[in-house]
Design a protein around this ligand. Structure first.
Ligand code: DX5
Ligand code: ZN
Length: 230
């Protein structure tokens, strides 16, 4: 039995899967409409992908996009920073409404400093690893974070295929978390759909990010339920 994890106002258990639709795949001409649609759906979190064109070969959006999203939902804002030196900007994302700020372990030379800044600013802390980064690199940091985000595609773009090797990483991470007696949440991001969601949850994930699977669906709210019940 997985232990219960308190996370803001949500209790995550093995029976309580989390889904975080990624706004990267939303229609930016109708950002408020798309955020309200997620707000009214069964999704518990809203995932926001920030890219700087340096850490990843793509640029998405930054601070100005936070406000309209924050205004249109009271759900947990899960901000995924794909930027170098994230410690420079984490406070500002919390000011703009982030409840959870996740940075990349590969993007900073001072992960502990980054963790402390996010916590001091009042948000939950997540750390993420790219597909080529081993979970063992997080061993010493695990006690200080609320969540680990395992990238199951190369960060930078939506719509890529899930890397199957991620399943073994998720199981290994789940084992590490258990061995350290922690209740760290595992989130998985990239190539998630109703077809593979069960396998990813079964490998030990608590929260799944889904961008194109949700927003390209004819009925996004129904697709969210399909992923949650996969
Ligand atoms: C990719 C982003 C993802 C992306 C997922 O770098 O971190 O959150 O939006 O998109 P899909 O679900 O389409 O793979
Ligand atoms: Zn993401």
């Amino acid at each position: 039995m997985q232990s219960e994890k308190k996370f803001t106002d949500f209790t995550v258990t093995a029976m309580n899967r989390i889904i975080a639709p990624s706004m990267l795949s939303a229609d930016f001409g109708h950002l408020e409409r798309d955020t309200r649609m997620i707000d009214a759906s069964a999704a518990q979190w809203v995932h926001i992908d920030v890219m700087d064109g340096v850490f990843v070969p793509n640029i998405s959006f930054g601070f100005p996009v936070m406000k309209p999203i924050r205004r249109a939902t009271s759900k947990l804002l899960d901000v995924h920073l794909m930027i170098v030196d994230p410690e420079r900007y984490v406070e500002r994302f919390v000011e703009e409404g982030a409840d959870l700020v996740t940075f990349h372990q590969e993007a900073t030379s001072d992960p502990m400093g980054c963790i402390e800044r996010i916590r001091k600013a009042g948000a939950r802390v997540g750390i993420s690893i790219k597909p080529a980064t081993g979970v063992e690199t997080l061993c010493d940091l695990l006690p200080y974070v609320d969540l680990v985000l395992v990238m199951s595609v190369e960060p930078g773009f939506g719509g890529q295929s899930f890397i199957e090797g991620s399943l073994a990483k998720i199981s290994q991470l789940r084992k590490m978390i258990r061995e350290q007696g922690l209740d760290t949440i595992i989130e998985v991001d990239g190539g998630i759909s109703a077809r593979n969601a069960r396998a990813v949850y079964d490998a030990g994930a608590d929260a799944l990010v889904a961008g194109s699977a949700v927003f390209k669906a004819e009925d996004p709210a129904a697709e969210i339920v399909r992923i949650l019940e996969a």
